[in-house]
Design a binder for this molecule. Structure first.
Ligand code: ADP
Length: 357
């Protein structure tokens, strides 16, 4: 009806304004129950950007808490649907913007699923990383007559505040330095930089990266959930008529699991890992929150993660955080703390979220 058309137009307009002014977007994604699982869900309802969580209370009566984000993807959302909403951001890399996309959440909540995909991946279940690069190749091809693009990737890991190259082929995860304000946009200049031209190239590299990431992992210590991994895509475009060079860069970050660790229960390596993860995730939260609030001072120096991303957060850069939650009711504590973290880094106000409906 006409009324709905107007509403739809208003929403589009609102989204465009939001695109211009807010550089930080937060999307929430709820993982489905996994085969063999199934208990009452903590998710009471999902309504566009709002999600209501059912919390148990001491008196046995349920509580309800609603959180608002730019968008909430329910358990049945497909990889395709998730990607469509991410696509404009990714495309802006070709126009010289810097972009950061994060996956945040407790271990098992679906971060890797969103960014890479499941173990036995099909074309349908490919994650943001593959789709993003595929899309960049396609667009670059379309603009061939006006622009020439060079696309190259790096893949690194941050584990216990040490930066390592994941694209090495000699089995040595060499330690790397971060240098901010570099001329060519390469702030980890010693990490392997590999030119890519097809999704096949990317698949091969990701395999190398994933193998290197697994080194050092034991059955009890799945390193991939305790380290941050970052796929960085460097794009350089030359305008064929003016000769102008545009440089854009995109960081696709699968963060370490955000679960809180009971300090009385872990010691040694586990405790050290937990402390490093805590420190870097709270540093990331502080940086994004201070950007969202437009503070004059942004505390980038507090962790390797925020140092690495310094040139791609804030300023003209665009940031998107996928916040993942598990639906199981025994995860409700982590779910609430995850959503509180997400709300803190978000620029969405409750009023705006209502308008967004
Ligand atoms: P994380 O990276 O946060 O530790 P994973 O991405 O490994 O979590 O997800 C845990 C499990 O749940 C995996 O088996 C994964 O394939 C599955 N999973 C996660 N998200 C989804 C989803 N949206 N649809 C189907 N399965 C999912």
């Amino acid at each position: 009806s006409g009324y709905h058309k107007v509403l739809e137009e208003n929403r589009k307009l609102y989204n465009q304004v939001q695109d211009l002014k807010g550089n930080i977007r937060v999307y929430c994604r709820v993982r489905p129950f996994l085969p063999g699982q199934g208990s009452p869900s903590t998710v009471g309802s999902i309504d566009e950007g709002n999600i209501t969580i059912i919390t148990p209370s001491k008196s046995g009566k349920e509580g309800r808490k609603t959180f608002s984000f730019n968008k909430v993807f329910g358990p049945s959302a497909t990889q395709d649907e998730v990607f469509i909403d991410t696509q404009p951001l990714i495309r802006s890399v070709l126009d010289g913007y810097n972009v950061c996309i994060f996956a945040y959440g407790q271990t098992g909540s679906g971060k890797t699923y969103t960014m890479s995909g499941p173990k036995n991946m099909t074309e349908q279940t490919q994650g943001v990383n593959y789709r993003a690069l595929g899309d960049l190749f396609k667009l670059a091809e379309q603009r061939k007559g006006t622009f020439i693009y060079d696309i190259a990737v790096q893949m690194i890991e941050i584990y216990n505040e040490q930066v390592r190259d994941l694209l090495v082929t000699d089995g040595l995860n060499k330690r790397l330095e971060i240098r901010n304000n570099s001329q060519n946009g390469l702030n980890v200049p010693d990490a392997s930089l590999v030119r890519v031209a097809s999704t096949m190239d990317v698949m091969e590299l990701m395999n190398v990266g994933q193998k290197n990431r697994a080194v050092g992992a034991t059955a009890l210590n799945d390193r991939s959930s305790r380290s941050h991994s970052c796929l960085t895509v460097h794009v350089q475009g030359r305008d064929l008529t003016s000769g102008t060079i545009l440089r854009g860069c995109m960081h696709l970050v699968d963060l370490a699991g955000s679960e809180r660790v009971d300090k009385s229960e872990v010691t040694g390596e586990r405790l050290k890992e937990a402390q490093h993860i805590n420190k870097s995730l709270s540093a990331l939260g502080d940086v994004i929150a201070s950007l969202a609030q437009k503070n004059a001072h942004v505390p980038y120096r507090n962790s390797k993660l925020t140092q690495l991303l310094q040139d791609s957060l804030g300023g003209q850069a665009k940031t998107l955080m996928f916040v993942h939650i598990s639906p199981e009711s025994d995860a409700v504590g982590e779910t609430i703390s995850t959503l509180k973290f997400a709300e803190r880094v978000s620029t969405v106000e409750l009023g705006a979220a209502r308008l967004n409906k």
